[in-house]
Ligand binder design. Structure first.
Ligand code: ZN
Length: 141
């Protein structure tokens, strides 16, 4: 995995527990881990070990491709904090494997005004303390 410079955006540290830790730390090994029901195949996000589709409990983290599509986005131009690098893009990305698994993330590696709904993107990870935040960039960027 290519090392990429930090976006410089401050990241709140999520509370890690047995359900959420794989999602927030999979990036250490370059993997985007999404919980998946082993009985019916449904992917469950935010991560939990309960399947809302079949009521199963056999739900474990599995690596996905890391490819996705921007389904919603907005550009923040306001410098809410001193030193906050603007503009930056906040987006919902639907993973390639299942449209209703949507991650709140940033889109980087392209001008903010170029980000658009329907854009194909791929994951990379930005480490902040003990978490690896999944961020996205245009495919091939
Ligand atoms: Zn299930």
């Amino acid at each position: 995995m290519t090392q990429t410079p930090s976006t410089g955006l401050p990241r709140p540290t999520p509370q890690l527990d047995i359900d959420t830790e794989p999602f927030w730390t999979g990036g250490k090994d370059g993997k985007l881990l999404i919980h998946r029901c082993q009985d019916c195949g449904y992917r469950v996000h935010p991560p939990t070990t309960f399947c809302p589709t079949c009521d199963g409990r056999n739900v474990i983290p599995e690596a996905v491709s890391g490819r996705g599509t921007v389904v919603s986005c907005t550009v923040n131009h306001k410098q809410w904090l001193p030193g906050l690098p603007v503009p930056y893009v906040l987006a919902f990305v639907a993973i390639e494997e299942q449209d209703d698994v949507r991650l709140v993330t940033n889109i980087t590696h392209c001008p903010a005004e170029d980000v658009h709904i329907g854009q194909k993107v791929e994951v990379y990870f930005e480490q902040a303390a003990d978490i690896w935040a999944p961020l996205f960039k245009p495919v091939g960027a």
